[in-house]
Design a protein around this ligand. Sequence first.
Ligand code: SME
Length: 162
Amino acid sequence: MNERLALLRNTMAEIDLITSETGSSSEILQRVCDTLASIPGYDWSGYYLVDGTRRDTLLLGPFHGEPTEHRNIAFGQGICGQAAESQQTFLVNDVSTQGNYLSCSPKVKSEIVVPVFSGCRLVGELDLDSHTRNCFTSDDRRFLEWVAEATSGFVTRLAKGE
Ligand code: SME
């Protein structure tokens, strides 16, 4: 097993522990973001929540990294909004190639957005930014899709305001 895969596996075990701890949904998701931030290349990690009343807007939830001006994102706008419309993981190896992109910082070079579901219903997204081009491998993608699934109950509750 390569070193990165071993790190991702260890982080899965850490996230399993975090999701079994006590705390509000917001606190648990914050701990998950803080843990993701310890992975080399994961320079910003955060959740966006689907606005339950409008269902056409994403609202910034817990995150680790520099504050972003993109606190509300309409479906269709940027990488996050496009992933919300397609309801599929959106991996961008080089953000400079994307016309429909919302920049949080000129330092960001690659990004991956993973939808979070409650059953078939989109409830939010997990968003990772990296200062390195081509940061996210197929292992990272599988890992982050696992994280999205493992945390979907907390995202569902937080999106409902619980
Ligand atoms: N770059 C995203 C906006 C959110 S930030 O990365 C935190 C986008 O294009 O949707």
